[in-house]
Design a protein around this ligand. Structure first.
Ligand code: PLP
Length: 230
């Protein structure tokens, strides 16, 4: 095993360990490997250790890796998630390459992704980004507006609403990390109770994945704990 593969293994163990503590089935948790700023070779190394889901922040960088991987017959099972901010002029690149987008926080971007999604590709899988702790200058729809945006996204023909995504402010300890994750889970429950079909709660990163899992995350996005510091 390479050191990257050992790190990946340790992250999987953290998830399994925390699921054990919580009495959760580890199968209810997806691990997204956040490969931003790392080379294609690192992606391939993780893939060789069984990692299938990858997250990228920077559109151009992500598209280059996706194109390189799609050209390989041994990488057909990879799933690519866009987890970075999307400017209007980048929606076409995203719609024609990625499988998922986690950062939809306004209708205009969703409409463009739906219009630009090629007919021969499956619907784009969408999470709405919510600014759950109200951080100034932060992306994400306000919690009070998430239900309305969720309904609008669910109605677009080439998108499939899957859930919510959050990036809370870094927290000094487990207890303070828990609060915004719990708020996100409560909002997710509320939107599901209001009739939106969603199966994904994308939250938790290298530093706070245990707290996110305790609050009910179904998808943790882990970069530095797998690939090293950026
Ligand atoms: C970089 C990033 C991550 C991974 O962060 P780490 O702390 O390296 O695990 C997860 N989600 C988003 C949106 C990111 O930008």
């Amino acid at each position: 095993m390479t050191s990257l593969q050992e790190s990946l293994h340790r992250v999987r163990q953290r998830i399994a360990q925390q699921c054990g503590v919580l009495g959760r089935d580890p199968q209810t948790v997806q691990l997204l490997a956040v490969s931003k700023t790392f080379a294609l070779s690192a992606v391939l190394e993780a893939h060789q250790a069984g990692q299938q889901q990858f997250g990228e922040n920077y559109i151009q960088e992500g598209v280059e890796k996706i194109v390189a991987c799609r050209a390989r017959s041994d990488c057909r099972d990879m799933v690519w998630h866009c987890i970075g901010p999307i400017q209007s002029n980048k929606t076409r690149l995203v719609a024609t390459h990625f499988d998922w987008v986690h950062t939809v926080d306004r209708l205009k971007i969703a409409q463009r992704l739906s219009e630009q999604r090629p007919p021969d590709m499956p619907p784009m899988q969408i999470c709405i980004q919510v600014n759950v702790d109200g951080g100034a200058n932060k992306a994400g729809v306000a919690p009070d507006d998430a239900l309305e945006l969720g309904r609008q996204v669910a109605a677009l023909p080439r998108l499939r609403l899957r859930g919510l995504m959050t990036i809370p402010e870094p927290a000094p300890d487990y207890a303070s990390a828990l609060a915004p994750h719990r708020a996100a889970k409560a909002l997710w429950d509320h939107m599901r109770a209001a009739g939106l079909e969603m199966d994904t709660l994308s939250m938790g990163m290298s530093a706070d994945l245990e707290a996110a899992l305790a609050a009910g995350s179904t998808m943790v996005r882990v970069g530095s704990a797998i690939f090293g510091s950026r």
